[in-house]
Design a protein around this ligand. Sequence first.
Ligand code: ADP
Ligand code: GLC
Length: 487
Amino acid sequence: MDYRFKILMVSSEMTPFAKTGGLGDVVGALPKALRQRGHEICVVLPKYSFIDTQKYGIELFHYPMGVRMGNKEEWCSVHRSFFDGVPVYFIEQNDFFYREGLYHDKEMNDYRDNPKRFAFLCRAALQLCLDRGFSPDIVHANDWQTALLPAYLKTLDWRNTVLERSASVLTIHNLAYQGVYSKTNYPYTGLGWENFIPGIFEYYNAINFLQGGIYYADMVNTVSPTYAREITTPAMGNGLDRNLRAKEDRFRGILNGVDYEVWSPEYDKYLPAHYSIDHPEGKKICKRALQKVFNLNPDTHVALLGVVGRFVEQKGYHLLAEILEELMNTMYIQFVILGTGDKHLENFYRSMAYKYGDRMGAYIGFSEELAHLIEAGSDFFIMPSMYEPCGLNQIYSLRYGTLPIVRATGGLNDSVENYNEYTGEGTGFKFWDFTTYALYYTIGWAVSTYYDRPYHMKNLIRNAMSRRFSWDMSAQEYEYAYLKALT
Ligand code: ADP
Ligand code: GLC
């Protein structure tokens, strides 16, 4: 595409500064890919207190900045750093962002002022454009936290300003999180009451940030074609399927890519050894290292199954929990899991690791390093999600020759090709029914392939490692979305 866009991306997460899940990875990589394709792009993030300003060379850029919220002016300052050449602006407002978590405290209680915190982020991002004369063609919002941006652009008066012609794109990374809050927060957003109606911001007498964003965005997308289809149905639409259907051709699915500079076994900085399709030897060393971290039996012949992820209902780890003992008791396997979230699941997996000693390990916490080692050191990676907008870990797994075992939903369906036992083709193992039965037998199928059909395993691993889901490809699709938003 010849057109060069000016893009303002606003998000609550961006790797490496602040991440709780895939949104961070996406915002850490897509801007870079867009920049490499010649677009001018910058990112606006909150300046959370845990971001290491020294490490990332973050410097004061603009101060003071007044932002109109409701009927008062809030004051903040803007800091800046560059990440792979992309300018990143950090909004510093300590009442809102000087916290240990992004969205909730240690006990997983949502911060009660979240609607105000993120409404403020949106207005501040636009104010920065006004103050510094940046005129974006596209304002790209991500999830409910920044979903007020399309509404601000459409409903406030921007005549004769740099935002006069800006169009908006809203990416839904997860439709289950909509930002539904008491309407007492509404005046603070500064959006007129005429927008507080069903179909726009009103949702059962509360505010729904995402619903309003969907209504006002010039283009809406989600992160895989299958999830895009799923969420336009009442069964999976989380109450917003009708709103999405109403967008018609202004709603589509664009599969996420992977930042292969970060996620490749050839040069992953967290691994004790590197490997590739033609030189796979290093994978064994990673497997050993992983076994060592968890004090597992140092046997590289046993099938090792890995899991990394947030312990939330979406991910299906409660389904896995139901069959875990049966798996451990009936199959010759080792199992490792890394994650945090639901306290019951945390306790369950911790206690299982204790019970199964040298065959099972659990790390309850967040560790980037261990996430990489599990991707590299495991033979299989399990994602039994109830739903999955895209999912990144299964795509990382492919690249590391760690065969994904996934439920065929959302992006899991779009990125994994099911093993064909007759031809030996495929890149992983899929099941459809969200049942313990289906999960148990699919893991059994994978494990039996490991032991009984090593020639097929080799082929599957080779296939998996050769697949590419580059951001460059997805960035091209975002260009079309941007163009559509502008027309
Ligand atoms: P989601 O965004 O729904 O959490 P994704 O698969 O898109 O799911 O992305 C998850 C990202 O978060 C991956 O990069 C994964 O490695 C990372 N991640 C999740 N939990 C942890 C954890 N406990 N420690 C380290 N990384 C984690
Ligand atoms: C969300 C989804 C996940 C997706 C990620 C990045 O957190 O749960 O499936 O990969 O966003 O788009």
